[in-house]
Design a protein around this ligand. Structure first.
Ligand SMILES: Nc1ncnc2c1ncn2[C@@H]1O[C@H](COP(=O)(O)OP(=O)(O)O)[C@@H](O)[C@H]1O
Ligand SMILES: [Mg+2]
Length: 294
């Protein structure tokens, strides 16, 4: 028999959340004597060619590197905020998955096991895209209403104690739309989305932000890189192509052009819209703005 010294049961280890996630995934495979801890296996008295020893060695190799255990955790106040919003912070990966102008985005595994993202608004950037809960809730509803299948299931969770909130959205596994992705399917979906955007603008005065600030930054970079390489491209950061090739709007932020409530929002919206309209017309041949003359 293999002699193993398992210091503590796995559950008692101070695992960080990602390790917990992987523990959850790996748990069925590692029941019983498989629950070995990295570096704790005493191999001396065992024939190293025995079946058990080989198996133990394999398990040892599969364990995550020790670095994982020292990774950052959320601050207690943030973890508490998650809890009050109905999110178990242990299932949120503290390393951000992405970020934009307003949000920092984290991967989250929902209680039903589905992959989601949690979006937290940065304190310093609040007010550019949305003035608060009501506008964000309205944006989510409008994207769903006007963009239908292109919208991603999105919820807004409010902390009853402080009134602060976060956004939970289905995670989209896919790639960004770039100016080099010129498949017929992507093009026709963009034409369709521009049509829906014109309709939303006609009815509400709001436009979707197709490109987003990270996308704009890739566009600026592209202006220089394209001089030296023809591999240069830029991204539309708020739309992803999912595994089935369907375009999905992952940023529920809208550019509020007509009913802007604050100067901050007006500046953000108009400059964002101008850039969006020009770039979408130039590179993708679509117009985001309706003809308002008739
Ligand atoms: N539903 C999602 N699935 C996968 N990645 C996402 C999702 N939502 C956001 N992201 C990632 O996070 C980044 C920023 O998210 P976004 O909602 O666009 O923030 P902002 O409103 O600040 O622009 C995106 O560019 C993308 O990389
Ligand atoms: Mg964005």
């Amino acid at each position: 028999m293999v002699e193993t010294s398992v210091a503590k049961p796995r559950q008692e280890q101070p695992l960080n959340s990602l390790a917990r996630m992987s523990a959850r995934k790996e748990a069925p495979k590692m029941s019983g004597e498989g629950r070995l801890e990295r570096g704790k296996i005493e191999m001396a008295k065992v024939d190293k060619h025995s079946h058990e020893a080989i198996k133990a060695k394999k398990i040892q190799k599969k364990m995550p590197p020790p670095l994982w255990r020292e990774r950052a955790e959320f601050l207690p106040a943030t973890a508490e905020f998650f809890r009050r919003c109905g999110i178990d912070p242990q299932y949120v990966n503290p390393t951000p998955l992405g970020e934009g102008l307003t949000n920092v985005v984290f991967a989250y595994i929902a209680p039903d096991g589905t992959n989601k993202v949690v979006k937290l608004a940065r304190e310093a950037r609040k007010g550019f895209m949305s003035t608060g809960y009501e506008q964000d809730a309205q944006n989510i509803a409008l994207v769903k209403k006007f963009f239908g299948e292109y919208a991603v299931p999105t919820e807004i969770h409010r902390d009853p104690e402080t009134g602060k909130y976060l956004i939970v959205q289905d995670a989209i596994e896919g790639k960004a739309v770039t100016n080099k992705l010129e498949t017929q399917s992507v093009r026709s979906q963009l034409v369709d989305m521009a049509r829906l955007n014109r309709e939303m603008m006609r009815q509400t005065g709001y436009s979707m932000d197709f490109i987003g600030v990270p996308g704009m930054l890739t566009w600026f970079r592209h202006q220089f890189r394209q001089i030296v390489t023809n591999k240069s491209e830029f991204e539309i950061s708020n739309i992803l192509i999912d595994k089935e090739g369907k375009l999905k709007v992952i940023d529920e932020g809208l550019l509020r052009l007509k009913k802007s409530e604050t100067p901050k929002q007006w500046i953000g919206s108009t400059s964002g819209f101008l850039a969006n309209r020009l770039i979408m017309r130039l590179y993708f041949g679509v117009d985001l703005q309706p003809d308002l003359t008739h």
